[in-house]
Design a protein around this ligand. Structure first.
Ligand code: ATP
Ligand code: MG
Length: 373
């Protein structure tokens, strides 16, 4: 039998890391991405084309064992087209639900997964009604197409409502109650084709200007909180009949865990699993889509992952830190762009503090050097 080939829709850093995990298994990846300089280009053949281009989709899946995606913006119609040629895992349903914040929240509700209060906003009148019903502060979000905090406005007073409406009012929106969370958590799990689910420990995340900067794992959490998060992600995976890795972002208010959003793919808050768990989110995704047995998710230590946003620090400065792992996505620098990350591993959480503050200083300096003209 010839080596399995996974056709990946999208060729960003997630595709790159999927291929890096696939290689030792004897699995090759190839990619479809609109950009010739897509980060996955070094790791396998790249078809350059739009993710809704039938010819490009046909070309990337031709002869592949299975198709998957690394970007939740892949049109569901593309997933359906591909499904007529090779199995695609996960399927179109996971894309549809995650692409529309209303469908996503309706899915959470139907599964009894708690969320922030929300209301659909179709025009100025429904915005005013929503503000009245939910109260301020609140967050106005585009129903579709948001990422890294883009397409959102925090509303604190009436002037914010007017300003947000003139900026975002030309598309379907949703108003969400502002959650004064104690911390943000995420949970990542992989489901195989037989419905067997494995989940990693909870991750605690810190965002800067709407973009993830730091993840720490395992997060300190009671058994009840962990069980609740694992139950929620398992219900979602089953409901979507999702085969592969999925991430669920959560707000921890101290009293409750509220689901924020899901990502039907490997996730930035799971990058620590590459060096920090027995099996990474990327390897288990590859295993799941190929029908191979899933690996253990047990952590091998306490981990901190820091994103490099905008620009990379000097790799040697990062490698000097104890038990550090440097990842360069081979992207050109641009303000706020995720260009790489590093993970630190330690035997106890205290041992992470000093190297983590040094790593954060390097990451902030690299971001700042880019932003100063
Ligand atoms: P990403 O792609 O980074 O996950 P996104 O653009 O899809 O982001 P969200 O995850 O909805 O958007 O929001 C980004 C961040 O904004 C959240 O991680 C959180 O820090 C903050 N945020 C979003 N919604 C709320 C809310 N209702 N209350 C408080 N903070 C919020
Ligand atoms: Mg998010």
């Amino acid at each position: 039998m010839s080596d399995p080939v996974v056709a990946v829709l999208g060729g960003g850093q997630l595709g790159r890391m999927l291929a890096l995990a696939a290689a030792p298994l004897g699995v090759r990846c190839r990619f479809l991405d609109p950009k010739a300089d897509a980060p996955a280009r070094d790791l396998g053949p790249l078809v350059i084309g739009a993710l809704d281009d039938a010819d490009a989709l046909t070309s990337v899946v031709d002869g592949a064992t299975v198709a998957t995606y690394e970007w939740e913006g892949v049109p569901a119609s593309s997933a359906r087209l591909v499904a007529g040629m090779v199995p695609i895992r996960p399927g179109a349903k996971s894309l549809e639900v995650s692409q529309d914040r209303k469908l996503e929240k309706d899915t959470f509700r139907a599964l009894d997964i708690p969320t922030a209060q929300f209301a659909i906003v179709d025009d100025r009148a429904t915005l005013d009604e929503a503000v009245h019903a939910i109260g301020l502060p609140a967050v106005l979000k585009t129903r579709r197409g948001g990422y890294d905090g883009k397409g959102q406005a925090v509303l604190r007073d009436d002037a914010d409502v007017d300003a947000a409406w003139s900026r975002l009012g030309d598309q379907p929106l949703l108003l969400e109650q502002w959650i004064a969370f104690e911390r943000e958590l995420s949970v990542i799990a992989t489901r195989d084709a037989d419905g067997h689910v494995v989940a990693w420990p909870l991750v605690e995340n810190v965002h800067e200007n709407g973009t993830l900067r730091t993840s720490r794992a395992p997060a300190t959490a009671t058994g009840d909180v962990t069980t609740a998060a694992h139950d929620s992600v398992r219900k979602l995976l089953d409901q979507l009949d999702h085969v592969g890795t999925l991430a669920l972002e959560l707000f921890d208010t101290g009293d409750a865990l509220l689901a924020n959003e899901l990502a039907p793919r490997v996730h930035n808050t799971g990058h620590w699993t590459i060096e920090g768990a027995v099996t990474s989110q990327f390897e288990n995704h590859i295993r799941a889509v190929l029908g191979l047995p899933l690996g253990e998710t047990t952590p091998v230590g306490h981990c901190a992952m820091v994103n490099f946003l905008g620009g990379l620090p000097d790799p040697a400065d990062v490698m000097r830190l104890p038990r550090s792992h440097f990842h360069d996505y081979r992207k050109s620098p641009a303000p706020g762009r995720k260009v790489g990350h590093a993970t630190l591993v330690a035997d106890d959480p205290d041992a992470l503090e000093t190297p983590l503050s040094e790593l954060l200083a390097l990451a902030h300096a690299a971001s700042a050097s880019l932003e100063t003209p």
